[in-house]
Design a protein around this ligand. Structure first.
Ligand code: SAH
Ligand code: SF4
Length: 367
């Protein structure tokens, strides 16, 4: 059988056995989870010239393509073999909600019935897509709706990069989508392989063709993966800091017990930043928890010497969470201390609150 004559198909170490997918009891390949170089290896294994991998990559990530039959520059026999051994995973829209401020929240149903969310954030002259990397999250931050769901599973690369493809398909236009932020559901660095495979697709010019400089990965502070990411990629880094000392951070973010602030700051100092880049520090302001002037002073000391910008995010009320947003006067006083100390500190206006699409609100009401 020509379709099944691939040498390594059943060898667990082979390229072909990576990224398998179960479809109605059949083990299939999830082509959209292949890095561009894995596609090359696959084409080689299938006895195809190297340029076929580039042709296939372009088709796989072209908006609107659902199957192999229309890939007209691939030989008919190859198209048949591809359809026999694999599939193109796409995300099924479950619900699309539009906020009064233009923010759009997409909920997608995955093959196993789980639901994830992606947010499109309109800015003045471009759009930003906020991407999820896991169903739920294992990090357990006390203030986060996604964290309260607990961890279900990592997303596959096809499900991560697929969020961008699906939003672009829904918009009918790729042009105004400029920035990608990994700030949706889940901890991106806890799904390092899924994240970086998706990055290789998102940044390939035949894939989704985003510049690394327009991509930001946000983390609660997984130190070894921060350093690894810095060495392997040139993407922006955002740290969800939220407290300026171990005592407060331990209380809010269990991850701080594993990687205390001294270690996290050390990793930030060592993160290789290309010219003119800065690390973004997210600081969620919660009344009575971390919003006092002495916290701001400690924060200024903590970040000394790190090229940084600080995003102050007033807490977004989320059902059942025991925190409150500070008053405007407290928020401004906090900002003032940081700007007086020479930092760029912006107060982030939360978008999409009316549809629960703002930071920390993702996770859905039904999951
Ligand atoms: N797990 C990664 C990526 C998710 S980013 C991380 O934590 O960095 C989601 C951002 O929203 C994080 O900065 C998170 O701390 C913040 N956040 C969580 N709950 C929030 C809430 N209730 N209000 C505002 N921001 C929140
Ligand atoms: Fe996970 Fe980030 Fe939420 Fe913490 S803030 S629980 S790391 S998604």
């Amino acid at each position: 059988m020509p379709g099944n004559s691939l040498r390594n198909f059943d060898n667990p170490d082979s390229v072909l056995s990576a990224f398998r997918l179960d479809i109605e009891g059949l083990s299939m390949l999830d082509f959209r989870s292949f890095t561009p170089s894995r596609l090359e290896a696959l084409m080689q294994e299938m006895g195809q010239p190297a340029y076929r991998a580039r042709q296939l990559l372009r088709w796989l990530w072209r908006p609107g393509v659902r199957d192999f039959s229309g890939m007209m520059n691939l030989p008919a026999d190859l198209r048949r073999r591809l359809a026999k051994i694999g599939a193109m995973v796409s995300l099924a829209p479950h619900e699309i909600q539009r906020s009064a401020d233009g923010t759009v929240k997409y909920a997608w149903t995955l093959r196993d019935g789980m639901i994830i969310e992606t947010v499109l954030i309109p800015e003045r002259d471009h759009n930003t897509i906020c991407i999820s990397t896991q169903v739920g999250c294992a990090m357990g931050c006390r203030f986060c709706h996604t964290g309260r769901m607990g961890f279900r599973r990592n997303l596959r690369p096809s499900e991560i990069a697929g969020q961008v493809l699906s939003v672009v398909e829904n918009l009918g236009d790729r042009r105004h989508v400029r920035n990608l932020v990994f700030m949706g559901m889940g901890e991106p660095l806890a799904n390092y392989r899924g994240l970086t495979t998706a990055l290789s697709i998102l940044t390939d010019e035949l894939g989704l063709n985003f510049s690394q400089r327009r991509i930001t990965v946000s983390t609660c502070g997984l130190v070894p993966e921060i350093l690894r990411l810095g060495h392997e990629w040139d993407v922006g880094l955002a740290i969800s800091l939220h407290a300026p000392d171990d005592e407060a951070r331990n209380r809010l973010m269990p991850v701080n017990k594993r990687y205390p602030l001294a270690e996290l700051m050390n990793a930030c100092r060592r993160y290789p930043l290309s010219k003119r880049r800065r690390i973004t520090f997210e600081y969620l302001l919660m009344a009575g928890e971390n919003d006092r002037p002495e916290h701001a002073v400690r924060l200024a000391e903590l970040l000394r010497g790190i090229p940084s910008k600080i995003n102050l995010i007033p807490f977004n009320p989320s059902s059942g969470l025991p925190f409150n947003r500070p008053g405007d006067a407290e928020i401004q006083a906090f900002q003032r201390i940081l700007t007086d100390a020479g930092y760029t500190a912006m107060i982030r206006k939360s978008k999409g609150q009316d549809i629960a699409a703002a930071c920390g609100q993702l996770g859905g009401s039904s999951v």
